[in-house]
Design a protein around this ligand. Structure first.
Ligand SMILES: O=P(O)(O)O[C@H]1O[C@H](CO)[C@@H](O)[C@H]1O
Ligand SMILES: O=c1cc[nH]c(=O)[nH]1
Length: 245
């Protein structure tokens, strides 16, 4: 189904097309890959603005995968509209620039919270101080799934930023000193919008580079890391669904 009876301005899904459990990659190609590789009976429900969205099942659990695009403005729109469409548990599956040598290429980061160095949450909060935080159940399920699969993972703070090329090694070291593991561009908005609607959200991210290093992790190594992350996220959703049954 594509663009049939759109109910939202950007995520043009028909009523009932979005599952309660949703994975949120930034990259539309990653959304397509996840749908094709991991979801049974996946069908596309939107492709408007290349914000690709698919719904299928994973081990019997109804799951959607929806691209957010890059940055908080786009992620906030997509999260808001997905919740209006019935999403209740949203897990970002992204990439992140590492802030500390503790993180190795393609390692998995499970975010507990996101330092909101972005304009979208600032506007939504009207400047009030706030700590955008992942839902405890999502963090717990992701950690359990990573442990069970034997996937190396780091749990802690990420920083969400607007300006990809503004991050320098000095900036990274400073924030690493406050416990920030890495930098990405959507988690704070996803956590805040989810909290504003009383639904659950989390963020898993694969280390794609060191901050300030233009060299990305080799493509094949990154792809393996992304697949490990996606499997952990999907198994976390299975756990969350089982706990609700
Ligand atoms: O790989 P994705 O999920 O897009 O995430 C990261 O990659 C993009 C920047 O290259 C930003 O969206 C950032 O958050
Ligand atoms: O936001 C991001 C994502 C990946 N790598 C970075 O350096 N920054």
């Amino acid at each position: 189904m594509t663009d049939a009876a759109p109910t939202q301005i950007h995520v043009r899904a028909a009523p009932g097309a979005v599952a309660p459990y949703v994975l949120l990659p930034g990259d539309p190609n990653r959304a397509h890959h996840i749908a094709q590789t991991y979801l049974e009976g996946a069908s596309e429900y939107t492709r408007h603005r290349q914000l690709l969205g698919y719904t299928g099942t994973y081990r019997g659990v109804p799951v959607s995968v929806q691209a957010t695009g890059m940055g908080c403005p786009s992620a906030a729109i997509v999260t808001e509209e997905l919740i209006r469409l019935g999403a209740r548990t949203l897990i970002r599956v992204g990439t992140l620039g590492g802030a500390t040598p503790r993180l190795q290429a393609a390692d998995l980061v499970i975010a507990q919270a996101a330092v909101p160095n972005d304009g979208t949450t600032r506007q939504l909060l009207q400047g009030a101080p706030y700590a955008p935080t992942a839902s405890f159940e999502v963090v717990e399920a992701a950690v359990q799934a990573a442990r069970e699969a034997g996937v190396t993972h780091h749990v802690g703070l990420v920083m969400t930023e607007d300006a990809f090329y503004a991050s320098t090694p000095e900036h990274a070291r400073r924030w690493a000193g406050y416990g920030v593991l890495g930098f990405e561009m959507e988690a704070s908005a996803i956590f805040l919008v989810a909290a504003m609607h009383g639904v659950r959200a989390g963020c898993l991210a694969t280390v794609s580079n060191d901050i300030g290093d233009p060299q990305l992790v080799p493509e094949a190594v990154l792809a393996e890391g992304v697949d490990r992350m996606v499997r952990v996220a999907l198994e976390a959703l299975v756990r969350l669904h089982a706990a609700e049954a």
